[in-house]
Design a protein around this ligand. Sequence first.
Ligand SMILES: C=C(O[C@@H]1CC(C(=O)O)=C[C@@H](OP(=O)(O)O)[C@H]1O)C(=O)O
Length: 364
Amino acid sequence: MSGNSFGKLFTVTTFGESHGAALGCIIDGCPPGLELSEADMQRDLDRRKPGTSRHTTQRREADEVKILSGVFEGKTTGTPIGLIIENTDQRSKDYSKISEQFRPAHADYTYTHKYGVRDYRGGGRSSARETAMRVAAGAVARKFLEQRLGIKIRGYLSQLGPIKAEKLDWDQVHQNPFFCPDADKVPEMEAYMDALRKEGDSIGARINVVADGVPPGLGEPIFDRLDADLAHALMSINAVKGVEIGAGFDSVEQKGTEHRDEMTPEGFLSNNAGGVLGGISSGQPIVASIALKPTSSLRLPGRSIDVNGNPVEVITTGRHDPCVGIRATPIAEAMMAIVLMDHYLRHRGQNGDVEVSTPVLKQL
Ligand SMILES: C=C(O[C@@H]1CC(C(=O)O)=C[C@@H](OP(=O)(O)O)[C@H]1O)C(=O)O
């Protein structure tokens, strides 16, 4: 397999390049009977699309999705769902200067070594523009999970460079261009990004994603643990350099008595596990966090080499996100939805008729 598909029973295959004709995806394995229209996906696509604030790339794409197949009279038929989004605002000449050079920290260099050819226009297939299709596919999974199981998946930006959100107010997340849940930090983030843009530099970010209402039992030990698949899915998002589940790397400094999530008949007393025990969902909220690196396309000159190995100074012109993390919240939510959907179908397949008398604990 060449790495363009994800999932075992709910599979998502994406195709397309940033400056090609279109982005597309095939979702296979979606159960029949789910009401589905373009509007269901457009809501999330609009949250991710470029050009919505001065803090993102100024490329203007409507990211209007069209359903090509798999839906009849407003409902999924169980056959492959084909989706397409046309690219409309490519400016490939911005990239002609770097067609034979490698941007430091960019996939330019590794794509060349792997394939021998490179679509240098906007990063080609390595562009984060590809994530639009993950968001569309994630919206289908999200709708099924919400309607059939009451699962709610929400994300937020918890840190932008040095600025950390200190409050988690879900109502605030969509009140600002950063997906920041702490209104008090927004002016600081705006000032930081304005200064950074003037400087021409970029910055990293952290995104948290939470799924509430996930039933216990999802996840396939040993190699397809739910947390392993989540890490796979989240790490596959462009620019992600770290993934944590629950307490994550803080577990290093915790003692067992502190880390363990004690159980009472009333519910779990904490959630250091991030909702996964032994690779299987526990019924607690699934909690993941990702670190995104700073964008590598910079107008500030950097040392590199050309395709022949000669030293060059690289300057990237064009339109770029000074912080890719700012638009990453809907992408992380989508990847979590795809993983949970896939594991729900897998669990239903093997264990759909398992009955246990042990009560399902709430999270206190
Ligand atoms: C278009 C999107 O983001 C693009 C992601 C991207 C990159 O190299 O990842 C580079 C830029 O592309 P271009 O130079 O063609 O404007 C961004 O605008 C998008 O997310 O939809």
